[in-house]
Design a protein around this ligand. Structure first.
Ligand code: SF4
Ligand code: FE
Length: 484
């Protein structure tokens, strides 16, 4: 099968039988659900762009398994050039959608598993890598979206998985059968949950031997028997149910997360990629996390949207020539490009692992994500500063269209006489959406906690820097003997 386009992707999702709940009700058709659909549109963009000649170089790659052209989201990185293209692809899609387009978690879990399964086999004499490559060939051949799922509920944070009062707070094996295993547990904050064909489970933390029942990784069709999705809600989500589109801000795209429950789900052996090798749980977590921290180039793409919106609103307000406005927009660009620098740098400084896969520089990937936990907040603060308070006091689209009061909204919210009031309202709604509404989930809170909360990166940074070398240089330059 060739690479899918957006329409084919949408049709492929219609064939899946997801078990999804939202607002306490079971959903039948999720593809057309007005609240979920924008997130499906965002994943569809990853399919559509792969067919556009101007994006082909970034969006596609040559499979190292078959030599065929594939969507880069299913590719195993074969060079640092591949890694750099991955960073650029993330920024591109972030800038085209203005939200989380969800497909990177699958790409990052596939790449991490290509390395970890190889390393487990080398140490334990298992056959996971062969299994994994067979699965990868299936994903590439069918151009599937995989949902990489790492975050367990975790229960009492002071306790290891096996010490929890409720053993299901980390995903674990409950039964071993001849033909496979039965698993129970849940994954939280799952981006792309109901827009993916497959779900790939990984452990969430390093483990010790006592936790070996929790050291599991596997893949399942996303609609496998026993999996239930409970959709998260977002600020302003029900605006998508209102008549009119303007108050949504982003008219086309959005991200969405879910709690995914595995209630005694069967996994055949050919889809199990780690089974009780507790000594590799930490490695898989670290490799997935480092790749995903690189992936946060997506936020520089969303930053492009917010900076563009801020420049527009400055012009619509007639304030674009004020020196402090110009300076604030320069600051926004500086921060946004610094975000991108981190993602590019960790890619360019990547290296080949024993499995053959190219892996990012982990120190720089963690620095990249640490910046992401901060700069989008400052960029948003500046956007709100420039937008003005109207962003949150603006009447609704229905009032704007009202035969009685619409004229007053039109008259009193006009600023630059050359710009229709409606354009000003639309742009303010986009900034509201990105910094306070449904898209703020992806641009702000996800920037903070996605791919690991800030402290996780600080621990990695402290582990990765060569402090002895730094001390040695300082001592040499100041004339202090090296061993004193
Ligand atoms: Fe991709 Fe960014 Fe969404 Fe993660 S947060 S899945 S990197 S778009
Ligand atoms: Fe994320």
């Amino acid at each position: 099968m060739a690479m899918m386009n957006a329409k084919e992707y949408e049709e492929s999702l219609r064939k899946l039988k997801f078990n999804v709940y939202m607002f306490g009700k079971k959903l039948g058709n999720i593809v057309d659900d007005p609240i979920i659909r924008p997130s499906m549109n965002a994943v569809a963009a990853t399919y559509e762009c792969a067919h556009q000649p101007e994006y082909e170089d970034l969006m596609t790659a040559k499979s190292h398994l078959t030599g065929k052209k594939i969507n880069r989201f299913t590719h195993i990185h074969q060079s640092t050039e591949d890694l750099v293209k991955k960073s650029k692809m993330g920024r591109l899609l972030g800038s085209l959608t203005g939200c989380c387009f969800q497909r990177c978690v699958g790409m990052d879990s596939l790449n991490a598993l290509s390395m970890t399964t190889y390393d487990i086999d080398k140490k334990h004499g298992t056959q996971y890598n062969q299994r994994f490559l067979k699965y990868l060939a299936y994903v590439q051949e069918n151009d599937l979206t995989c949902d990489g799922a790492m975050t367990d509920p975790k229960g009492d944070r002071s306790k290891a998985p096996h010490q929890q009062e409720d053993p299901d707070l980390f995903m674990h094996v409950v039964e071993e059968r001849k033909d496979g295993i039965v698993v129970r547990g849940a994954k939280c904050h799952q981006t792309g949950a109901v827009n993916s064909h497959e779900i790939i489970i990984m452990p969430t933390i390093s483990m010790r031997e006592a936790d070996k029942d929790y050291a599991i990784s596997f893949a399942l069709p996303a609609d496998a028997e026993g999996i239930t999705y409970i959709m998260g809600r977002q600020s302003c989500d029900t605006r998508k149910l209102e008549p009119g589109m303007m108050d949504r801000g982003n008219q086309i795209y959005g991200g969405h997360e879910a709690l995914v429950v595995f209630d005694d789900v069967f996994v055949p052996w050919e889809r199990v990629f780690m089974y009780k090798e507790w000594d590799f749980a930490g490695q898989l977590v670290e490799q997935f996390a480092s790749y995903h921290r690189q992936s946060y180039a997506c936020k520089a793409g969303v930053g492009d949207v917010i900076i563009g919106a801020t420049q527009c609103i400055a012009e619509y307000n007639g304030a674009q020539n004020a020196s402090h406005i110009k300076d604030k927009i320069i600051e926004m660009n500086h921060l946004n490009e610094t975000l991108f620098c981190g993602s590019l740098a960790c890619a360019a400084e990547g290296h080949q692992e024993p499995s053959g896969t190219y892996y990012v520089n982990t120190l720089l990937a963690n620095v990249c994500k640490q910046n992401v936990t901060r700069f989008p907040f400052e960029i948003s603060r500046l956007a709100q500063d420039i937008a003005g308070g109207l962003m949150v006091t603006l009447p609704s689209e229905q009032d704007f269209r009202s035969p009685e009061v619409g004229k007053w909204v039109e008259k009193y919210y006009k600023a630059n006489p050359n710009v229709p009031t409606e354009y000003r309202m639309r742009m303010l709604r986009l900034i509201e959406n990105l910094t306070l509404g449904t898209a703020a989930v992806g641009y702000l809170t996800e920037s903070m906690h996605g791919a690991g909360s800030p402290q996780a990166q600080r621990i990695m940074i402290s582990r990765q820097v060569n402090m002895d070398l730094k001390k040695k240089i300082a001592k040499k330059l100041s004339g202090i003997p090296e061993n004193d």
